[in-house]
Every structure is written in C-alpha cells, then in structure tokens.
Design a protein. Structure first.
Length: 79
C-alpha cells in the first residue's frame, strides 16, 4: 500500500527539466534537484564531525528515511 501511494504521488509530480548549467553544479559541487527550495544546506562542518557520523549511522527504513527523526537542537554560524 505504501509503495502504491508513493508510485501514485510520483506519477502526479510535475516533470522537471534540469538545465545543463545546473547539472554541472550538481555533478561538481553536489545537491539533488528534488531537495532544492525545500531543505536547508547546512554548509561545512568545522567542529563536531562525530555528530555527523552519528547522524549517518542512524537506522533507516527501506526508503532511506530515518526510522526516528533526527533533530538538530543547536547550531552555531561561523563567519
């Protein structure tokens, strides 16, 4: 049932054409088209890489989504 629902939602999505310039950015710098405008890019981790490793190690479901939400409680912006 979940798969059918996901397939239905996918079929209803507007098809997007990605310009060549944007493709170059994704292949050289990174990113993912469906995340643009909906998710924050946090930048560079300069301290606390262990936290990143812990986030990367959380258990995920078959859609690669964390079984339990990962919540970032505190950030520090360094300029």
């Amino acid at each position: 049932e979940t798969r059918a629902s996901a397939d239905s939602a996918y079929q209803a999505m507007k098809k997007v054409t990605i310009p060549e310039e944007r493709r170059k950015v994704y292949s050289s710098i990174g990113g993912y088209p469906s995340l643009d405008g909906d998710y924050t890019v946090f930048g560079e981790v300069v301290k606390g890489l262990g936290v990143v490793d812990k986030i990367a190690a959380v258990k995920v479901d078959r859609y690669n989504r964390p079984v339990q939400d990962v919540i970032i409680k505190k950030v520090e912006v360094v300029k």
